[in-house]
Design a protein around this ligand. Structure first.
Ligand SMILES: [Zn+2]
Ligand SMILES: [Zn+2]
Length: 320
């Protein structure tokens, strides 16, 4: 399967960091724009001398923003962000350059029609700080999150200041209950097992007028979910899933059982039984800086492609 509306040959613009070549032309129907595909630490990671981080520093096209999506309805000029990452400033600029957001001409109106948060690990919500007084000072940015995540934001600094100042308006949402965004777009939170130091974790099902996309950037292991992930994949057109680590032992000096994710090789094994059309729906994202899938020429990347899967890239677009 070819990529949906993205990686169009020309006109080519190369934006800031980490972006593949992307078309400046915006589709007319609702779509999802991938704003980031790196694990919480980003790429390059702070002070990391590893090959992938050095390559990303030397060539900005090999850098990546932290995992995030933007749902866009061009007709109504509306957009919703999934996760506010520490890279939010650059991701907003990327979205603006692609015509997916239109920066306000005056005042501090909400930049998004809503922000859906997955959980309170650093890569997924620290960007909210950019909406507070020292920065954008948003007036009433709507934020959808789990009850627990809303409580966490309302009760802990610095977030509670943003809530008290009404920079953020928290709207708790429940797993399995769709949020209707109009024009045939719906977003449904799904509860997934993931290290819950501060909050629980949501995945999201994003439904558009014609297509459905499943987004699971973080999950501990497929077997720990009380849902068969294959059943979820069957019901969608695209599944952007946790591909944090390619294989065990990849992070030197770290016990990887303490940071559980489905290894990509486990996913390849598990999904090998699926028909090709099902495997073709799967895109790995949330890649750690150690993951060989960051290098498109690596054996791991070839193996993933040959098995019928994909690796998501910043700037990819998926028609809804
Ligand atoms: Zn994460
Ligand atoms: Zn996490």
């Amino acid at each position: 399967m070819r990529r949906i509306v993205h990686i169009i040959k020309a006109p080519i613009i190369s934006l800031f960091i980490g972006l593949p070549f992307v078309s400046a032309e915006e589709p007319r129907t609702p779509y999802v724009l991938v704003l980031g595909t790196a694990q919480d630490g980003g790429l390059p990671q702070l002070a990391c001398p590893c090959g992938h981080c050095q390559a990303a520093r030397a060539d900005s096209k090999r850098a990546r923003h932290i995992a995030s999506l933007l749902i866009v309805d061009p007709e109504r000029g509306q957009r919703w962000l999934i996760d506010a990452t520490p890279d939010l400033r650059r991701q907003y600029d990327l979205a603006a350059q692609l015509g997916a957001v239109r920066p306000p001409s005056q005042g501090r109106p909400p930049l998004f029609d809503g922000i859906f948060l997955t959980h309170a690990h650093t890569g997924h919500y620290l960007g909210l700080a950019q909406l507070g007084r020292p920065a954008y000072n948003a007036q009433g940015q709507l934020v959808y999150a789990s009850q627990r995540m809303c409580r966490y934001l309302a009760n802990n600094g610095p977030w509670k200041l943003l809530v008290q100042s009404k920079n953020l308006i928290l709207q708790p949402v429940e797993p399995g209950k769709a949020v209707d965004l109009g024009s045939g777009i719906k977003v449904t939170p799904l509860l997934v097992p993931h290290r819950a130091e501060f909050t629980d974790t949501f995945a999201y099902l994003i439904e558009g007028p014609t297509k459905r996309l499943l987004y699971i950037p973080d999950i501990d292991k497929w077997e720990r979910w009380d849902v068969r992930v294959e059943d979820r994949i069957r019901d969608v057109d695209y599944a952007l899933i946790d591909g944090t680590f390619f294989a065990d032992g990849e992070v030197p000096g770290r016990k990887m059982s303490e940071i559980p994710h489905p290894f990509v090789i486990e996913s390849l094994r598990r999904f090998a039984k699926l028909p090709r059309a099902e495997r073709n729906k799967i895109w790995f994202t949330h890649l750690n800086h150690t993951n060989p899938l960051l290098d498109r020429t690596s054996n791991a990347s070839k193996r993933v492609r040959q098995a019928g899967f994909h690796v998501a890239r910043d700037g990819d677009r998926f028609k809804l």
